[in-house]
Design a protein around this ligand. Structure first.
Ligand SMILES: [Zn+2]
Length: 317
């Protein structure tokens, strides 16, 4: 989707393309399969500079910081973390204590438990086994397994690109506003959706929304860390906001319509898995063609994971 008010900037990075979305907001859209792992951005509110998410690797976070300095001539005062997944927080540690890292209470709890556990596991991963994984890529022929291995390798390398995981030092329960002398930025958390404690970043004056992983634009959203039905209702809430563009956690710059497509996918997937369970069939038989036409071209590693997650979840309920 293209937006006539958005300007692509000529910042050179192997990790992302940079866009100026409005007077104060910039979106960094991750290049496919780069070690950035997820989208990010920054907002210049006059007397403060805010970075949104710190990506999967120290180098991508350094590029983001460099871009923000180049286009705003400011050092970051705040980093907002949208949720606890590793591909959004690894770069935290490149920011020193002069930068406050903000998130929701529940995301901090998740970082201290879930992220910490994965971080330690990846950090301690035997280097020989990394070489084995790389070797296995050369001979693996099943597409799904190749994507799985590539994903594991990206996360392993991302975690190993930093010495430690810096935790956010400032948290809020439901929301807060950062007041700059030019603009204000609203942070808000929701009920469990993509994860428990997801945070969105919204600039009402400019109608710009950073959705974190509450939005995967035109690709399977990863639903296995959250509550699929809760997510649909959070999307309904988000769509009531007045915005003209959103930076999704994954995929290209998007509009309100992209949220409704994502909800449609979640609802259809729930129904498809329920139906398979009801007739006693294996839910792994669900195919892309079983979805509505506009969802059939979606493609990501999460498809099979989502089906397995839902099948387990629905069998329990
Ligand atoms: Zn995520």
């Amino acid at each position: 989707m293209s937006f006539n008010f958005v300007k692509k900037l000529d910042f050179e990075s192997e990790f992302f393309d940079l866009y100026k979305l409005s007077e104060s907001a910039y979106g960094a859209i991750a290049k496919e399969d780069s070690m950035m792992g997820s989208n990010a951005g920054f907002i210049d509110i006059g007397d403060y500079l805010i970075i949104i998410d710190t990506t999967l690797t120290a180098k991508a976070a350094e590029d983001l910081k460099q871009a923000s300095l180049q286009y705003t001539q400011k050092e970051p005062n705040f980093v907002v973390i949208t949720h606890y997944h590793m591909d959004h927080i690894i770069g935290n540690s490149i920011f020193d204590k002069s930068t406050q890292i903000i998130t929701s209470d529940r995301t901090l709890t998740n970082i201290r438990t879930e992220s910490k556990k994965s971080f330690d596991q990846f950090k301690d991963f035997d280097p020989d086994k990394i070489a084995d994984l790389e070797e296995s890529l050369k001979t693996e022929t099943i597409e799904e397994k190749i994507l799985d291995i590539q994903n594991d390798l990206r996360f392993l390398k991302g975690v190993r690109s930093v010495k430690f995981l810096r935790e956010p030092n400032l948290t809020f329960k439901n929301g807060c506003i950062i007041h700059g002398d030019k603009k204000s930025v609203h942070l808000q958390s929701f009920k469990k959706a993509h994860t428990d404690g997801d945070v969105m970043v919204y600039i009402p004056e400019e109608k710009v929304l950073f959705a974190g992983d509450l939005l995967f634009a035109n690709r399977d959203p990863w639903i296995g860390s959250g509550d699929p039905e809760g997510w649909v209702s959070v999307n309904d809430e988000l769509m009531k906001l007045d915005f003209k563009i959103t930076v999704p956690g994954h995929g290209d710059l998007a509009s309100k319509k992209t949220f409704s497509l994502e909800s449609k996918y979640i609802k259809e997937l729930i129904e498809l898995v329920k139906n398979k369970i009801n007739i006693g069939e294996d839910s792994t038989q669900i195919k892309r063609e079983d979805f509505s036409k506009e969802l059939q071209s979606w493609n990501s590693i999460c498809f099979g994971w989502n089906i397995n997650f839902l099948a387990e979840l629905l069998k329990k309920s």
